[in-house]
Design a protein around this ligand. Structure first.
Ligand code: PGA
Length: 257
């Protein structure tokens, strides 16, 4: 059965103390809804702090990136096994800032996805088009390529440990969200692609989040869309009040108890 999932991507923000305080604050205020998973993704150096603070709650800790090799001479990189070792259960792969600021390719992203799954991590694969691609009517082509290249070498079993985050690049950190109907349409298209490759049941069970300027005020309408199964939240996940409101509005929109 499909699960819903709200995750906070903290990017390069907060301190050690700030990480602990925010996790503790969330822990005191959220959790317990059936079928709603929660995660936070602090910077690598604060993962252990977040894992320790989240202990005893159902808040999962995700890394924001990972390398595609298990060990060796890869200065500055972090392996999937290292993430599991410190208590991470999830990892974000292919975030638009990795694709467009750092320059990661679909090939590298696919190798990261596979390596993370091999190490027993759950993957949040981000996909999404640039503004010029949307304006040129190429949204589905771009998303198709990213989904096919990122995921289509996986087995159905591996795919069952993948969450997809549809994040139109022009909506990230800009305060402009996709229209709920547009997000729903692209996410429905992604589900069709998954159905063709992995079968209808797996496609139906896959969690597809929306990301890009999700705020408490728009979370209810976005999460009310049938193809939108949760959110990957950047800026609004850095304050407990706004993140908790997004989580609550998601639970309400999905009619979770
Ligand atoms: P935003 O970021 O909510 O600040 O737009 C979303 C993301 O990058 O995952």
């Amino acid at each position: 059965m499909r699960r819903f999932f709200v995750a906070g991507n903290w990017k390069m923000n907060l301190s050690r103390t700030g990480t602990r305080r925010l996790v503790e604050d969330l822990k005191a205020r959220v959790g317990g809804e059936d079928r709603l998973d929660l995660a936070v993704a602090p910077p690598f150096v604060y993962l252990t702090e977040a894992v320790a603070a989240a202990r005893g709650s159902n808040i999962k800790v995700a890394a924001q990136d990972v390398y595609c090799e298990e060990k060796g001479a890869f200065t500055g990189e972090i392996s999937p096994g290292m993430l599991s070792d410190v208590g991470c259960t999830h990892v974000i792969v292919g975030h638009s800032e990795r694709r467009h600021v750092i320059g990661e390719t679909d090939d590298l992203i696919a190798r990261k996805v596979k390596a993370a799954l091999d190490a027993g991590l759950k993957v949040i694969l981000c996909v999404g088009e640039l503004l010029k691609e949307r304006e040129a009517g190429k949204t589905n082509d771009v998303v198709n390529t990213q989904v096919v290249r990122g995921l289509f070498e996986l087995s159905p079993e591996e795919m069952s440990n993948v969450v997809i985050a549809y994040e139109p690049v022009w909506a990230i950190g800009t305060g402009v969200t996709a229209k709920p109907g547009d997000a729903n349409e692209v996410q429905g298209f992604i589900r069709t692609l998954l159905a063709e490759k992995f079968g209808g049941q797996l496609a139906d069970d896959t969690t597809i989040q929306y990301g890009g300027s999700v705020k408490p005020e728009n979370a209810g309408t976005l999460m009310g869309q049938p193809e939108v199964d949760g959110a990957l939240v950047g800026g609004a996940s850095l304050q407990a009040d706004s993140f908790v409101d997004i989580i609550r509005n998601t639970a309400k929109a999905k009619k979770l108890g």
